[in-house]
Design a protein around this ligand. Sequence first.
Ligand SMILES: Nc1ncnc2c1ncn2[C@@H]1O[C@H](COP(=O)(O)OP(=O)(O)OP(=O)(O)O)[C@@H](O)[C@H]1O
Ligand SMILES: [Mg+2]
Length: 288
Amino acid sequence: MAYKQDYKALAQRMKEIQEMQKKVAQNMARIKHKLVVLSGKGGVGKSFVTASLATALASKGYKVGVFDADIHGPSIPKMLGLKEGTGLYATFNGIQPAVGALGVKVVSIGLLIPSEDTPVIWRGPMKTGAIRQLLAEVDWGELDILLIDLPPGTGDEQLTIAQLIHGLTGSVIVTIPSEVSKVVVKKAIAFTNRLNIPVIGIVENMTYFECPDGTKHYIFGKGAAEELAKEFKINYLGGVPIDPRIREANDAGQVFFLEYPDSPASKAFLDIANKVIEYLKQHEETSN
Ligand SMILES: Nc1ncnc2c1ncn2[C@@H]1O[C@H](COP(=O)(O)OP(=O)(O)OP(=O)(O)O)[C@@H](O)[C@H]1O
Ligand SMILES: [Mg+2]
């Protein structure tokens, strides 16, 4: 008897998940381009790159959204200038994203938890469930580009999230120039290949540090990302220098791209944004 009830509950749950997945597909179909930002390993500046690319694209007039799928380290809201205490609210049309710098729309688990010190203690199915629900129910409105900040790594969690979103335009891989990262980038490329997601290109973060006298120091090594791009015949989108003001701005909840528009890092992001736009235009032409 209990066995029969368990089966019924399971069948009901499966039905709910299928319906939710249908809603995700409908919701995502309204967005022109969906891009995942990924890195094989953590701490390489993936969230900073996502936030800065979003503002650079928005500064060029594109309607941009960022979905922060990193449940354990949701740093995107702060990097896009959202004040602590900003939340998400629902209307008849669905969950409304928060609006950050330059009108960039933001959805993050960070906007659902009471404070940034609150740890999110969720197991895999709960995490995917929350992400599925957000993807299904957020009302993004009109959007040209949605950037999805995936959690670091190329494991099960990243796979589940990437598979949830059908019709991804491509991936942006973020790395730092060390030899170790080369191995990790190869994993990230293999990951996207496995999912049939085209690689838009590689962004190298922390490429060099420039001293006040103008000399550049390639602290982690030189040329690794460009070499990889050549080896795998993918685009090298550009390098972003190390700048202590980046960490300071991020920690203080300031938007680096707006605070320091003339910095080499912000200029690099404008250049990266141009290359991404070029790729998206080509993609539009070939898919029309
Ligand atoms: N080019 C840079 N120069 C100086 N500091 C940087 C640079 N890029 C990122 N940072 C700093 O490095 C730290 C890590 O960046 P970020 O949170 O974007 O990395 P991440 O790859 O998203 O990390 P996680 O794996 O935890 O999600 C942050 O404190 C950020 O401010
Ligand atoms: Mg991050």
